[in-house]
Design a protein around this ligand. Structure first.
Ligand code: AMP
Ligand code: ZN
Length: 469
């Protein structure tokens, strides 16, 4: 029986979808002001991917929606500094996001709505909130009236009896008069002519952050849907606000299960650019690490536990992933006699049961990985003693493929890039640098890194090598 820890109830609950055999998931996606970091990939990459893959493994038809926040204060600031439109500025980070998803072995969500393409849905929702007394206007901006939603706080369990002025906006630009300090912005009026704005029935302005997820999740999944997920930092205020806006507008329960991934730390500390311990996924690829080892490391700790990312751990993950691949190759290439070995048959059944029991238990990935390792130990022992038979070989190879439909760590037989393709991209990168188009040059470097090609700029030109050689 599949169970999830639901932040809303504070308990482990059996998963029951709204429609039999189908699941709708809304995952809060990235703000594309920069390349996504490895913490982002723990949450919206590997955790989101495991959730969708395991639900599919259990036989559900999954609709996985992940938004892209492409209008936000940092995006506005940096695009203006570069003299670019929002779309021009975010394009390279969005392209990089998908390259990274691919390299990390994560399937892309089925629907990927962008905030800037759903302004009218947000405006309609805000209008509805104004009509029903849940929102008000002040100096051209619109705010949600917290006192109109008595259940506010039910997700985060924060006691709002006291005054928590200023605690509610991640990007605090609420400079105008609000009825209550906790009220949060739904729509921000344009302040100066140069500021990006949409001309709407609410006036010229741009949406607040929270409203986008309410508008886009309900558009694609309905007013009530199954699973809403994201990182723990989003519980308050983002998800609390999403619940308030959505349930105030529809009078219906918004999402049934709320799943939150704990944060990733690096060498025991929270990541920050100033500490020098902030890594994007492509930073690690450029250092020569195997993307699937990164995936393995991100999977090795259950999503609700904090993950301490260390380079020692990553080197360990590289060895583990390599040994799993060797195990599969050895198993596949061994010549076997017909028949079966009852002990191995039992070991395979045990391993499958352990794997499913672990993942049913709120996606306990570390115990599920242990089930794979136990099996590989037993099978390796049988191989050493020539005790493996043809039926076992087939059964265990099939079992590995089943495990890998969820974990995707054994790796397929990917076609390697040809030398000429690599050289063409390197030449294009040199051209881009001469044109001082460093964005394109960086992009090519990232593209190559994602395909396992590491570049080294030397005095004699650019050298390249395949990772791990
Ligand atoms: P952001 O782009 O900051 O909105 O974050 C995108 C996603 O990554 C959200 O689900 C965040 O909760 C998650 N996230 C941000 N930082 C970390 C971290 N250090 N570890 C795990 N997840 C994170
Ligand atoms: Zn969101």
């Amino acid at each position: 029986m599949l169970k999830f820890f639901n932040t809303l109830s504070g308990q482990l609950e059996e998963f029951r979808p709204i429609r039999e055999g189908e699941v709708g998931i809304y995952f809060c996606g990235p703000t594309v002001w920069d390349y996504a970091h490895i913490g982002n990939f723990r949450s919206l990459g590997v955790f989101g991917d495991t959730l969708r893959r395991y639900l599919r493994y259990k036989g559900y038809r999954v609709t996985h929606v992940m938004n892209i926040t492409d209008v936000e204060d940092r995006i506005i600031k940096f695009s203006q500094e570069r003299g670019q439109t929002i779309d021009e500025y975010t394009a390279r980070f969005i392209a990089a996001l998908w390259e990274d998803f691919d390299a990390l072995g994560c399937e892309r969500p089925d629907i990927i709505p962008r905030a800037t393409e759903h302004i009218s849905e947000m405006v309609s929702l805000i209008e509805k909130l104004v009509e029903t007394g849940h929102a008000y206007q002040s100096d051209g901006s619109y705010y949600f009236r917290i006192t109109s939603f008595p259940e506010y706080g039910k997700l985060s369990k924060i006691n709002f009896a006291g005054n928590i002025a200023g605690a509610s906006e991640r990007v605090d630009t609420d400079k105008y008069e609000k009825e209550d300090a906790r009220d949060f912005a739904l729509w921000k009026a344009q302040e100066s002519p140069g500021e990006p704005a949409w001309d709407t029935s609410l006036g010229a302005g741009r949406p607040g952050w929270h409203i986008e997820c309410s508008a886009m999740s309900m558009k694609y999944l309905g007013e009530t849907f199954d699973i809403h997920a994201g990182g723990v930092d989003l519980v308050f205020p983002h998800h609390e606000n999403e619940i308030a806006q959505s349930e105030a507008a529809t009078g219906q329960k918004f999402a049934n299960y709320w799943l939150h991934a704990e944060h990733l730390k690096v060498e025991g500390e929270s990541m920050s650019k100033s500490k020098g311990n902030y890594f994007t996924f492509r930073d690690l690829l450029e250092k020569g690490f195997d993307p699937i080892a990164i995936r393995y490391l991100l999977l090795s700790v259950p999503y609700r536990k904090q993950l301490n990312f260390t380079f020692e751990g990553l080197r360990g993950a590289e060895k583990t992933v390599a040994s799993l691949r060797d195990f599969r190759t050895r198993l596949r290439d061994t010549r076997t006699e017909p028949g079966s070995n009852t002990e191995l048959h039992a070991a395979a059944a045990r391993s499958l049961a352990e794997f499913e029991t672990a993942l049913d238990d709120d996606l306990n990935t570390s115990v599920a990985l242990a089930a794979i390792h136990n099996l590989s130990r037993e099978v390796n022992r049988a191989l050493d003693g020539c005790a493996l038979r043809a039926d076992d070989q087939r059964e265990i190879l099939e079992l590995i493929a089943r495990f890998d439909s969820v974990f995707n760590i054994f790796g397929g037989d990917e076609r390697e890039m040809l030398d000429t393709e690599i050289q063409a991209l390197i030449d294009e990168r040199q051209d881009a640098r001469h044109r001082r188009d460093f964005a394109r040059a960086d992009e090519i470097r990232g593209e190559l890194a994602a395909r396992g090609i590491v570049l080294e700029d030397t005095r004699d030109g650019v050298r390249w090598k395949r990772r791990g050689t």
